[in-house]
Design a protein. Structure first.
Length: 256
C-alpha cells in the first residue's frame, strides 16, 4: 500500500493511500499540514498559533487553529495526532521533504521546480519557502560544479547564475561564474559579471573586451590542416589578407 503524499512544490495536492485527492478548507490549513509534515515531531499549539495567526488575540488564534486541525483530520484521520498541548502528523510523504533530503542533480529537473505554497503568505509558508530556497541554491551550485567537471560551460554558467540569484554569495562564487561565462564564450555574461564584481566587491572596472578575455581551446582533429595552413602562411613573402568562411561550429573563431 502506498503512503499518503502531500505535494506543495507547485499546486497543492494531498493524495491518499488509495490515490484519491483531498482538499483542505483554507490556505492556512494547507500551510499547517505542510509545516507539521516538515517538522515530523510534536509542535506546540502556541507555536503554531503564533506562526499562523500572529495578529489575532490568543483565544481567537487558538480557535482558528482548532478549525484548521479539524479540516486536516477530515482529510487524513489516522495521520494527525493531537492533544491539548501539541499536534503532529505521521506517515505522510511530502515532495518538499524529498527535495530537501535528496535534491535532483539534473539541471532540467531544477528548472522545473517551483517554491512551496506560493500563494500562501503566513509564517509557516514563508519559513518553508526560505528553507526550500536555501537548499535550491546549494543544488544549483552542485549542478554547476558537476557541469564544470564535464566541461559543459554554458550549463555551468546557468547553474551558478541561478544559485547567485537566490543567495548573493562571496566574491569567489562570482569569480566562478565569471570563469564559466568566459569558457562558454559569453561576452555579455562576462561584461555583466565583471560589472557586478566591480559594483559589489570593488574589483577592477571592466576593461575592453578583446580575444584575450576568452581563453582558446584546442582544435580537435585538425592537426594536419593546421600544419598545412601554417606552412602556407609562412611561405608568403608579403603580408596577405586571408578570409575564413564556412558553416558555424567548425572552429573559425578559435583559429583566428
Amino acid at each position: 500500500m502506498n503512503l499518503p503524499e502531500l505535494h506543495v512544490l507547485g499546486t497543492f495536492r494531498l493524495c491518499t493511500d488509495r490515490g484519491e485527492t483531498r482538499s483542505l478548507r483554507t490556505r492556512k490549513a494547507e500551510s499547517l499540514l505542510a509545516f507539521l509534515i516538515y517538522e515530523a515531531r510534536p509542535v506546540s499549539r502556541d507555536t503554531l498559533r503564533v506562526l499562523l495567526w500572529p495578529d489575532d488575540a490568543p483565544d481567537v488564534g487558538r480557535q482558528k487553529l482548532r478549525l484548521a486541525l479539524l479540516s486536516i483530520r477530515s482529510a487524513i484521520t489516522e495521520s494527525l495526532i493531537t492533544d491539548r498541548q501539541s499536534a503532529q502528523v505521521c506517515g505522510i510523504g511530502c515532495d518538499l521533504k524529498h527535495f530537501l533530503e535528496s535534491p535532483p542533480q539534473d539541471v532540467s529537473a531544477l528548472r522545473s521546480l517551483r517554491p512551496p505554497l506560493e500563494a500562501n503568505s503566513d509564517g509557516a509558508a514563508v519559513r518553508l519557502r526560505d528553507t526550500f530556497m536555501i537548499r535550491l541554491a546549494r543544488a544549483w551550485k552542485a549542478a554547476g560544479d558537476h557541469a564544470v567537471a564535464e566541461e559543459a560551460w554554458r550549463v555551468a554558467a546557468e547553474a551558478y547564475e541561478h544559485a547567485l540569484e537566490i543567495e548573493p554569495g562571496e566574491a569567489t562564487d562570482h569569480m566562478r561564474l565569471l570563469r564559466a561565462f568566459r569558457q562558454a564564450g559569453d561576452s555579455a555574461g562576462v561584461r555583466r559579471q565583471q560589472e557586478r564584481l566591480h559594483r559589489d566587491f570593488g574589483r577592477p572596472a571592466p576593461a575592453s573586451y578583446d580575444h584575450e578575455s576568452f581563453p582558446s581551446s584546442a582544435l580537435i582533429g585538425r592537426d594536419t590542416i593546421l600544419r598545412e595552413l601554417v606552412s602556407e602562411l609562412l611561405a608568403e613573402d608579403e603580408p596577405v589578407l586571408r578570409i575564413l568562411f564556412g558553416p558555424p561550429g567548425i572552429g573559425k573563431s578559435r583559429l583566428a
